[in-house]
Design a binder for this molecule. Sequence first.
Ligand SMILES: C[S@@+](CC[C@H](N)C(=O)[O-])C[C@H]1O[C@@H](n2cnc3c(N)ncnc32)[C@H](O)[C@@H]1O
Length: 354
Amino acid sequence: MANSNLTKAKRAKNDEFYTQYADIEKEITAYLEYNPDVFRGKTLLLPCDDPEWSNFTKYFAQNFERLRLKKLISTSYAVESKTYKGAYQPTLFETSAPYYDKVKTKKNGKIFTLTRDKTGDHTINVDDLEWHYLEGDGDFRSAEIKALRDEADIIITNPPFSLFREFLAWIVEASKQFVIIGNKNCVIYKEVFPLFMENKMWSGRTEWSGGLWFETKDPTDIDKVIEGVNMKNVSSVWFSNIDHGRRHQPLPLMTMADNLKYSKHKEIQIKGYQKYDNYDAIEVPFTDAIPSDYDGVMGVPISFLDKYNPDQFELLGSNRGVDQDPTRVYGRGSNIDGKETFKRIFIRHRKATK
Ligand SMILES: C[S@@+](CC[C@H](N)C(=O)[O-])C[C@H]1O[C@@H](n2cnc3c(N)ncnc32)[C@H](O)[C@@H]1O
C-alpha cells in the first residue's frame, strides 16, 4: 500500500478527536440566545464521551443551573473497544474511588450523572457528578445506552466519525432533539440529505468555513501543537434540529445583472450562468453568486446548506427529474456541455412559489 493510502486508512480508524470547550460554548450559546428556555427541565445525554475530561461534560456540568437542566448523563466507550487505543492510564479521580476496578477500567464504559448538590455547597456543578461502571462497553448501539437515549430529551456529542450515519439514524429513530458534530460531506449521503429536505435537520450555528480544530490522541497525525496539545483540523461542522437565529438570517444577494457585472468571481463575469444539459436549471458555482431575482431552479454547491434559510429558499434536492442518486450519493449527475459538475443541490427562491 502506498504511504498516503496507509495514512488515510489509519485516519479513517482514528475516532479519537476531542472537541474544544470554546467551540461547544459558541455553538450552545446560539440555541440559548434564540430560546433561553431551550434546555430548561431537560434530560441531556452526552454519549460517546470521556466524561472525566470531556469538554462536553465539563460545559454542561458547569452550566447545569444556568441552563436549568433536570439531569445530565454522560457515557464513555471502553478503552479496549476503541479502535485507536494509545497509552491508557486511569485518572486519579477513578483510581481513588472505593469501587475502582482494574479489569472494568478497560473493559467497561462509564456513566456520569448529575442531578443534585452532592457536595452540599448549595450549587450543582462539576463537583457533584456521580459515576459508576456501565454493565457493557458503552457502545451507543447497546440496549444499555439505548435505554439512556430513550430517557433523554436531547442528545449532544461529537460521535465517532466512522459511525456518523449509524449514529444519526439512532437519534432519528427515537425522535430526539440533537446537537452533533459530523463531517460536512455527510450532507449528501442518502441517510442525511432527505432530513435536510424534510426540515428535520440543519446546519448548526458555527460557520462551516475552516472546519473545526480538535485535540487528537494520535501523535502521528497532527496539524499543529498548541501549548503542548496535539491538534488536528477536520472538515467537521455542527448539525442540529434545534432552532437558532443564524438559520433565519437572509443571505444578502445581488441581482443577476449586478452579479454579471460586479461579482467577485471572474467565472461569473466571464461565463455568466450556464444551463445544465439535462435539467432546466442554472449552474451557480458559488453561494454568494445566487442571483436575488432568478425565479427558476438553481444548482448550488453543497456548502450552501451552511447558509440555508428555509424562509428564503426551497430545497428541491433530487426530485426534479435529474438522476442525482446513481451511487446513492445526492448531488451527482448534473452535466454541462457533457461534463459532470461538482456535486450540486437544487434550490429555488421561496418567493417564486408564492
Ligand atoms: C470523535 S470522539 C469525540 C469524543 C468526545 N465526545 C468529544 O467530542 O470530545 C468519538 C468517541 O466515540 C468513541 N466511540 C467509538 N465507537 C463508539 C461506539 N460504537 N459507541 C460509543 N462510543 C464510540 C470513540 O472511542 C471516541 O472516544
